[in-house]
Design a binder for this molecule. Structure first.
Ligand SMILES: Cc1ncc(COP(=O)(O)O)c(C=O)c1O
Length: 401
């Protein structure tokens, strides 16, 4: 029957939740402990089982996960962090919020991920050059980290990025908001010495009830600090303090944030984890159908997923040629099909234009791709009929032009 026929419209995204998630929430009500507690502990273990990472620290968003990760590796005012303008704004906001400077580097046209060639160019021209020829000193800053984004669920060029980081003594934080279940060269995203931040926001592959995030890593040196920064810098969380220990005292070790995940969120997340394989398989199936059915339209480009990568298909992105993308969005919406655009490059936002020297034209690939792209509906409750409706509607609009 399909989602469209049943509901009369097709949203861009729709979470897959059911009575299992509801029962999990009831379990939390029965226990009557709502903030971080036993559900969060279990969720962290179960998420690590999915990613194959040594540990995970749950927080209340991927934005929080990135902020806590940056604090944990010691990013502060006077530091530089390399990242991409082709991301959701919070990736770059978190860098700025630490006081550091976001050194933006353009993307590859083939996969919309940060270009490792351009990272090298930027490092060599702005930092190495500076040391060799002090006369060229541009800014008194220290380059400390690289923050790649696994765009749409397709991993960035991690091997190369990790090698660059090793060569220049930089840390890597991965924005894996889109990449739950993605793989790079046979390894799950999250199974890494880097700090890897995931999102459970409502439209992500799995949700913890609207908002949520987690950091996974194999580098256990980071775990304690991640936990400190996510809960005020306090060295003992409330559950163990109040339930298992005698005295209600604690110390504050660092200037932390209030980013911990609640037990209600974790309980929902634990049920969602049981569904992740089914969800990702279904997303892949929808993506394959789109690829097949859209392949004969000359105005559409679909970039292939690289052979050594497995995508979570968080987004299904097409490029539109020779047709006004915004007009297409409106025409699809008139026919009850919702689409989206990921992303307007960060340097084009007013705040960034007003506070940083970036300007239109600085990142030509990101800007070109932004003007062309469209994210089509993709979620597990869709079926082949829904894909057919989207494709036929696009064809009808493009043919009539
Ligand atoms: C690439 C990317 N990074 C970070 C985030 C932030 O995630 P959250 O909403 O969980 O803070 C998002 C959210 O959509 C995203 O798309």
């Amino acid at each position: 029957m399909g989602f469209f026929k049943t509901n009369g419209f097709l949203p861009f995204s729709e979470p897959l939740v059911g009575k299992e998630e509801l029962n999990a929430v009831k379990r939390v009500f029965k226990r009557n402990w709502f903030t971080s507690g036993p559900e969060v502990k279990e969720f962290e273990k179960e998420f690590s089982n999915l990613t194959g990472s040594k540990f995970s620290v749950a927080v209340n968003s991927a934005t929080a996960a990135l902020h806590v990760s940056l604090a944990t590796i010691g990013i502060e005012k006077g530091d530089d962090v390399i990242s991409t303008p082709f991301t959701f704004v919070s990736t770059i906001n978190t860098i700025v919020e630490t006081g550091a400077y976001p050194v933006l580097v353009d993307i590859n046209e083939k996969d919309y991920n940060i270009s490792s060639d351009k990272i090298i160019e930027r490092i060599e021209s702005e930092y190495i050059f500076k040391e060799k020829f002090p006369i060229h000193k541009k800014r008194k800053t220290k380059l400390k980290a690289i923050l790649p984004v696994h765009y749409a669920g397709q991993p960035a060029d991690l091997e190369r990025i990790n090698n660059i980081a090793k060569k220049y003594n930089l840390k890597v934080i991965e924005d894996a908001a889109h990449a739950i279940g993605s793989e790079y060269k046979g390894k799950k995203i999250g199974d890494s010495e880097n700090l890897v931040a995931f999102s459970f926001y409502s439209n992500k592959n799995i949700t913890t009830g609207g908002e949520g995030g987690i950091i996974s890593s194999n580098n256990e040196d980071y775990e304690k600090k991640l936990r400190l920064y996510s809960l005020h810098g306090i060295d003992k969380e409330a559950y163990s303090r109040l339930k298992h220990e005698g005295l209600p005292f604690y110390d504050v070790k660092v200037l932390g944030f209030k980013y911990n995940m609640t037990d209600i969120s974790a309980a929902i997340g634990r049920e969602q984890l049981k569904r992740i394989k089914k969800i990702n398989d279904k997303r892949r199936e929808i993506a394959e159908l789109y690829k097949e059915k859209l392949s004969d339209i000359d105005e559409i480009i679909i970039r292939p997923i690289s052979k050594d990568k497995e995508s979570s298909y968080h987004l299904f992105v097409i490029e539109i040629l020779n047709y006004d993308r915004n007009k297409l969005i409106k025409e699809l919406l008139n026919r009850k099909i919702q689409t989206s655009v990921h992303f307007m490059p960060v340097h084009l936002f007013t705040y960034y234009k007003n506070n940083f020297p970036y300007k239109k034209g600085d990142f030509p690939v990101s800007e070109k791709i932004f003007n062309r792209i469209l994210s089509l509906p993709i979620f597990p409750a869709m079926d082949e009929n829904d894909v057919k409706i989207v494709v036929d509607t696009i064809k009808e609009i493009l043919v009539k032009k």
